[in-house]
Design a protein around this ligand. Sequence first.
Ligand code: OGA
Ligand code: MN
Length: 435
Amino acid sequence: MVEKLDHPQQSASARKRHLKAKLAAQPPDGTRSAFREEEKKYLSRNPPPDYRSVIDLSSTDTHPELVAHSLNQESPKDARNFAPSAAHSDLGLSSQEKVYTLVNHPGLLLIPDAIDHVTQRRLIRNCLRNATRRPNLNNLDTHYHLPEEGLWHHFESVRTRRCADVIVRPILHGASTLHITTKHSRSLITDPAITADTSIDVLSAVKPLPVPSTTVKPESASDLLYKLRWTNLGLMYHWDTKSYRFQEVFQNGMDSIIPVPSDLAHLSKLLLDAIPQHLVPHHQDWSSFKPESGIINFYQLKNALMGHVDQSELVEDQPLVSFSFGHSAVFLIGGTTRDERPTALYLRSGDALIMSGSCRRVYHGVPRVVEGTLPSYLSDPQDWDEMEQANASKEDLKDWRIFAEYLSTTRINVNIRQVFPEGYLEQLPSDAACS
Ligand code: OGA
Ligand code: MN
């Protein structure tokens, strides 16, 4: 359904030029930063990477960098006055009892297998069904007139034969090549660090909107789904301008923002509740964590997320909570500069990761999604073992094969952030948005 190439010669040479320019921009070996060197190791396709130094929490071998701690024993639901809605009453953590820290990366907490299989499937379902359409904005909205019902709903309807596939038109016409930009736009860009002291003028400055691409071609909606790279939750963050859309919230308050979905918001709070106090950095109060914004990243097997620091949130003393689903990935956690050599660890489906304290604003990235690592409980239900099938409700099983089809090449990461310090919005001057 992809249109034929208009000018194959021109397109091929344009691509060659692009590649040459990219290679020329690379510093010669030896001047690359330590972070980049590690990144390149895991980006390599031929030869494939040597995974032996990747820290593996599912391995029974102990690793000298890893320290295990017990999660809080009392039910996290009891620990706080948390009243889940009926729809989420059974949403919770698995029976995992351990949280791990890394000796050289204080503030990084890892809870392997934090989310049980049934909950993982429900969260994946909700992410794809509810968060991949308006009003949530995604990487494709800038460039395409996406179907009103969203790309996922369309994909599901096509697969259940409720409707035929459609061709999605680019916002700008006159495309002359077939070169489609699908990479993450965050490579080697450093977003400015902001804090609660950053002036309101800077924060509410109107950033130019991202420009629609002139080179994208019409594509079928089901093909385009595989080019979905991220979608936003809660307060909107623009990856292109590297900033939150503060204006609206300054003007109308947090109530004007569509909240982070309650299942993800509750889960991130439950997880923070389960962390023993001695692992919480000094003077931080995680019980007041407010899940105000989030990103869902969708990775196809060839996609990577280059090293970056998440420093566009005004609050530094609240953690970032991240969940992984689908294929496993190699995650690199580094220091405050690219010159510090990062540590590689696997993130698997159901794992949770917390970045806090001195690890809240450090370089990190995902150079590799690991082929052949989709857990069987996320594949087609006919491939589940008997126990998995017995645990699954009718609702859980219904149409899961469509999700399994998408997941067969996909990793999903959800990360949840607090943006504003406690009380920040309340004390803003009432004309803040106009300054
Ligand atoms: C991010 C991020 C990591 C991951 O979205 O900022 O770092 O595990 N994601 O995908
Ligand atoms: Mn990040």
